[in-house]
Write a protein that binds this ligand. Sequence first.
Ligand code: FAD
Ligand code: SIN
Length: 396
Amino acid sequence: MRRRQQDDCDLLVIGGGVAGFYAALCAATESDVVVLTKGPIRTTATYLAQGGVAAAVGADDKPALHAEDTISAGRGLSRPSAVSALASEAAARVADLVDLGVEFDPGLGLEGGHSRARVVHAGGAATGRQIAHALAERVVDHPRISVREGERALALWSTGSRCVGVTTDSGAITARATLLATGGAAALWQRTTNPLGAVGDGIAMAYRAGAGVADLEFVQFHPTALPGSGVLLSEALRGAGAVLLDDSGHRFTDELAPRDVVAREIGARGTALLDLRPVDRDRFPSVIGSLEDAGFDPAVEPVPVSPAAHYTMGGVVTDLDGRTELPGLYAAGECACTGVHGANRLASNSLLECLVFGRRAALASVAEPELPVRLGTPPVAAPAEKVTSAVRRSLW
Ligand code: FAD
Ligand code: SIN
């Protein structure tokens, strides 16, 4: 246990993935921001993101078509106002990333459930890594942002009517606004593409503090993970021509159907093979490198794939500006439930959601009133390890 301390700031961001870092940058023009991350950037889902960011930037595309595909993948359960914000602000958020130093590859990727190619990507399928590095560099250099890496939030500090900060494993922090950007919970499953820390800390903290949560029954399984490892074989590979084969070497599904459809088709067969020989593999150096490290040669033979828990559609209920049901508490990114994804997220809509709603939450947080003079004492929280280690990777 480190020294106990109590600090204060305007905006406290819990999480250093794309949602947290981008929100911190958006707020820091007006606010003093503290960012807590329980792990380094390579342990975020953001860092692992492969396919890219969906945005209607192609000549044959428009936000209304992106919105239509989003609602259709979500099985009609998406919230139309949130989808409209997502699709119409996408191009501006991609332009922000370019301004922040992300170098996207030429051309747009095609992924499952999209009616046209609309996924911007970097380093082939190293999009998350490039975004994470670009944002981290800006955040660390920013004079109004302080990053506390390795500090873990344990419980939200609520007066009963308002969130005023958090208790961490190092002490307490008070803030006019607190933004949860803690990511999802798919690492609770035995087979998962997610980093170990994605166990739903923020969702649990919000629930315990009285904020509403929703849609937690909707968990997305990515169809093509390498069995026995967390290695993801991006949907972008199928968009670039990879085909799925059964044990007898026959195709059995539309490789570019929404991923719940493809995951069920593979799940029904237990496992399947992904044939990467038709793909220009030089475009995907990071994925091919991971396969080679695992002992496969995709130039010679198809590789085995099976579904793995990948994404948490539900989370802390928010309005379109990231406000939760507890005043002073905001949520953005995978831990939030904006309603955009309905029952099933459209490929590459998550990084986009983090950007669009992370920014909206950051801008709204600036208007939070000063804290009351007397706050009482911060909550005492038990270390979370006991709970999460008991359930982690136990679901299937
Ligand atoms: P994360 O990036 O997971 O960051 C969460 C942060 O919260 C971390 O810094 C963590 O340390 C911190 N944290 C958590 N709990 C605490 C706590 N108690 N105290 C302090 N800090 C805490 N989506 C796309 O749109 N396109 C893709 O191509 C894509 N590919 C993917 C590939 C893989 C392998 C995976 C796993 C996901 C992919 N996704 C993709 C989904 C997308 O990457 C995530 O949904 C998104 O990055 C989540 O960002 P986030 O900022 O909400 O959370
Ligand atoms: C992938 O590259 O297949 C993952 C994309 C996503 O999760 O949106």
